[in-house]
Design a protein around this ligand. Structure first.
Ligand SMILES: [Zn+2]
Ligand SMILES: [Zn+2]
Length: 260
């Protein structure tokens, strides 16, 4: 029996002592992470949109300006804690001590000696770690967000105009108005695609790329021109650059830095 991390578990365990201690730490910090999250849920993001008013029940209402990312992350965490605690309870035969995240995580902690012997214990560290990371990210301020354009999902012949502003590291974003889920990387590529042929002074190109999560400085553009990586589109007057050209060089440079 080998732990997913490659080390050898103690007799009867399925995960190694180091991973047991990591899982214990994750469970112990769940309370504080959820506390931050609960405070973040009602906070409107600066770009909160009230969307179109709908009247399916006859009453007019607009979606509340809540932090959907935080709400989704909290729900996913609670669902996972519940599923895992129920799985463990089959073996411990001890009833659950609470059904909220605090109660469930302390149940798992209390029965760690049983948990570490289960054949599914190897999944716990990765799964719980990922869910907690999403919870922490969801509490970050809107400044950590990027713009990937309007949702664009079409209902009854009308496109949803809600702007999508995921966190920098978020994989998926759910539109708060129509509920459509989008992959952030795809959206980022197509948002940059829409500005692909735009031409502007360095400051404008830098701002456009920043909107889409690519951080460069006007100074970088100057250096790239000097080194021959980039050419302005005009030969007279203030130098202007095409967004796609600058994006291409920025990506190449980032790849080169990574390889070095
Ligand atoms: Zn391990
Ligand atoms: Zn939408």
């Amino acid at each position: 029996m080998t732990c997913p991390c490659g080390l050898t578990p103690l007799d009867g365990d399925t995960i190694c002592p180091a991973c047991v201690s990591d899982v214990t730490k994750l469970l112990a910090e769940t309370d504080a992470v959820v506390g931050d999250l609960v405070r973040a849920v009602p906070r409107a993001s600066l770009t909160a949109s009230y969307g179109e008013r709908v009247s399916s029940s006859g009453s007019l209402h607009a979606p509340l300006p809540i932090n959907d990312t935080a709400l989704d992350a909290h729900m996913a965490l609670d669902k996972w804690l519940m599923r895992t605690a129920l799985e463990l309870a089959k073996v411990t035969r001890a009833p659950l001590t609470g059904r909220d995240s605090a109660g469930l995580s302390s149940y798992l902690l209390a029965h760690m000696n049983t948990l570490r012997r289960q054949d599914w214990a190897g999944r716990v560290k990765g799964e719980l770690g990922g869910l907690l990371k999403k919870c922490v990210q969801a509490t970050l301020p809107p400044g950590e967000r990027i713009n990937v354009g309007a949702c664009g999902s079409v209902f009854n012949g009308e496109a949803c105009t809600n702007p999508l502003t995921p966190l920098k590291d978020q994989d998926q974003i759910k539109c708060r108005v129509c509920g459509t889920s989008w992959g952030v990387a795809d959206r980022q590529r197509s948002a940059i695609g829409a500005a692909w042929d735009a031409i502007g002074a360095p400051a404008i190109v830098v701002r456009a790329l920043k909107e889409y999560g690519v951080s460069i400085k006007p100074k970088n553009i100057e250096n790239w021109v000097m080194l021959g990586h980039l050419t302005p589109v005009n030969t007279e007057g203030r130098k202007q650059y095409r967004v796609s050209d600058v994006y291409g060089v920025a990506k190449r440079m980032a790849a080169r830095r990574k390889a070095a």
